[in-house]
Design a protein around this ligand. Structure first.
Ligand code: HEM
Ligand SMILES: *[C@@H]1O[C@H](CO)[C@@H](O)[C@H](O)[C@H]1NC(C)=O
Ligand SMILES: *[C@@H]1O[C@H](CO)[C@@H](O)[C@H](O)[C@H]1NC(C)=O
Ligand SMILES: *[C@@H]1O[C@H](CO)[C@@H](O)[C@H](O)[C@H]1NC(C)=O
Ligand SMILES: *[C@@H]1O[C@H](CO)[C@@H](O)[C@H](O)[C@H]1NC(C)=O
Length: 329
């Protein structure tokens, strides 16, 4: 009797959770029968791209973040502007800043030639982000899959949902809370800034105030301030690049957190995690002292970020080209 009830319940659960063959929840083996080589294909292209230029790992990781925070992980960040369509690429956090879009195209082309129309662009970003972490020396985790791609994008949501680098702790916490992420997720995921670069335009506000005096932000350590002022002069090139983790800019490790303890965080949104909240400071201290703790939490937070409002079931579509919807938008 109990066994019968179990079978009945299982069938019911299976029926409720599957629409048109697509599960409503992300799963690790989503492409096991339709494109078993999907993850190997993504991995191979990411490895090549990172050998070509180490920074591609950082740029791919950030694309997944900028996708997920704007109406969920649905590939919307990848849609190109056309004369009749406004995408997210020109939004304030993305314009002149997001990179590795060519690598995404290369991954997608390779996937299309093996399994046409099967692997979504949103999933490509999730897998490429994980692989970028791993090839940079960070922790491996199983990526959950089955996201579908959006038919739309929102420049306004991109402007409003991705926190700016000038954010204070209140702004950061509320941006993360707005997508269902916690203070722990905020600190852990900020650790992604252990790789990659930022433009001087996002730093100068900490260096100069209106009268041009140094140390607009008093929390920057003296030597580091001198280094930044030299790299990013007040009326210098806004596109000059600074490493987010000046100690080991291409290795995924916990130096990002150690830098914050020494007041050598690059962005205001980095340093405030250490200087303006007891709760986030304690987490920074934990991850500075203990790389294993950071590596244990990072996968969990990435999976939570990757679970933000995915399109599942028969919503959205699987794009053939990540830059355009299948109807050519
Ligand atoms: C906590 C709030 C965050 C803020 C305010 C923020 C802000 C920024 C800014 C301003 C840049 C430099 C952009 C430029 O100058 O062109 C940047 C780079 C980067 N961000 Fe964040 N970020 C945040 C969270 C995250 C998260 C959650 C991730 C990923 C999990 C991430 C990954 C990256 C990476 C890897 C780079 C370097 C990209 C490259 O070199 O191409 N960031 N971020
Ligand atoms: C995007 O950046 C370019 C170059 O910095 C600038 O000329 C353009 O006005 C920006 N576009 C928007 C929509 O802000
Ligand atoms: C988004 O921000 C950019 C750059 O600041 C601005 O040009 C654009 O008008 C904004 N878009 C929307 C829809 O608010
Ligand atoms: C944090 O930033 C927001 C938005 O810029 C501002 O309104 C608020 O007053 C700031 N809070 C603190 C505590 O500085
Ligand atoms: C600029 O910073 C200096 C040093 O902190 C301060 O004395 C001065 O009043 C500030 N000026 C403005 C316009 O904020």
């Amino acid at each position: 009797m109990a066994a019968l009830a179990f079978v009945f319940t299982s069938v019911l659960v299976a029926l409720v959770c599957i629409v048109d063959g697509h599960p409503l929840k992300l799963v690790p083996d989503y492409y096991a029968s339709t494109c078993p080589e999907a993850e190997a294909i993504v991995r191979a292209v990411v490895e090549k791209a990172v050998i070509r230029e180490a920074r591609n790992a950082a740029s791919l990781l950030r694309l997944h973040f900028h996708d997920c925070f704007v109406n969920g992980c649905d590939g919307s960040v990848l849609l190109d502007d056309t004369p009749t369509f406004t995408g997210e690429k020109m939004a304030a956090p993305n314009n002149g800043s997001i990179r590795a879009l060519d690598v995404v195209d290369e991954i997608k082309a390779e996937l299309e030639s093996h399994c046409h129309g099967v692997v979504s662009c949103a999933d490509v970003l999730a897998i490429a982000a994980r692989d970028s972490v791993v090839v940079s020396g960070g922790p491996f985790y199983e990526v959950l899959l089955g996201r579908r791609d959006s038919l739309t994008a929102s420049q306004a949501a991109a402007n409003n949902s991705i926190p700016p680098p000038t954010s204070n702790i209140t702004g950061l916490i509320s941006s993360f809370r707005a997508v269902g992420l916690s203070v722990l997720d905020l600190v852990v995921l900020s650790g992604a800034h252990t790789i990659g670069r930022a433009r001087c335009t996002n730093v100068v506000q900490r260096l100069y105030n209106q009268s041009g005096t140094f140390r607009a932000d008093p929390t920057i350590e003296d030597d580091f301030l001198g280094y930044l002022v030299e790299l990013c002069p007040q009326r210098g090139n806004p596109n000059t690049l600074a490493n987010l983790d000046f100690v080991s800019p291409i290795y995924f490790d916990n130096h990002y957190f150690r830098n914050l303890q020494y007041f050598k965080g690059l962005l205001n949104s980095d340093e405030v995690l250490f200087t303006t909240s007891k709760e986030t400071k304690e987490l920074v201290n934990l991850f500075s002292d203990n790389k294993e703790a950071f590596f244990k939490h990072f996968p969990d937070s990435m999976i939570r970020m990757g679970n933000i409002s995915p399109l599942t079931g028969d919503r959205g579509e699987v794009r053939f080209n990540c830059r355009y919807t299948n109807s050519g938008q």
